[in-house]
Design a binder for this molecule. Sequence first.
Ligand code: RB5
Length: 147
Amino acid sequence: MKIYAGSDHGGFELKKTLIKRIQELGHQVEDLGTHSAASCDYPDYAHAVAANVIAEPGSLGLLTCGSGIGISIAANRHHGIRAALCHCSLEAELARRHNDANVLVMGGRLVGEALAIDILEKFLVAEFEGGRHAGRVQKIEITQEGH
Ligand code: RB5
């Protein structure tokens, strides 16, 4: 599986931990930055990961910032991106099974390392169930404005 990872400074340490785990699990991961703990802007990395996930169907994204909130809001501005901010492994599993989430988001200042790894692992093994969920996921793309 190909995974694109991104974070701002607030999620930098957690991203490093999760990238290591992704590699241990045998997946391919590309770190799109940030590459240091220096202060930076989370939308830059949300947009980079979102663009790559959209360009490569079947790939997944991993995003972290301090709370996970800003970076998930930014990623979800992209059509075709379903970024799920998760605080427990059940959320991660449901995000894949019911919502076909293609980007996992966590807050580096809020989620401990062991829990974050568990969340990541559940996200990676869970699969979209389709069925009644498929039409709902398609409807996500249709806004009230009709585009
Ligand atoms: C950066 O200080 C912080 O605001 C950012 O990482 C994130 O928590 C925003 O949602």
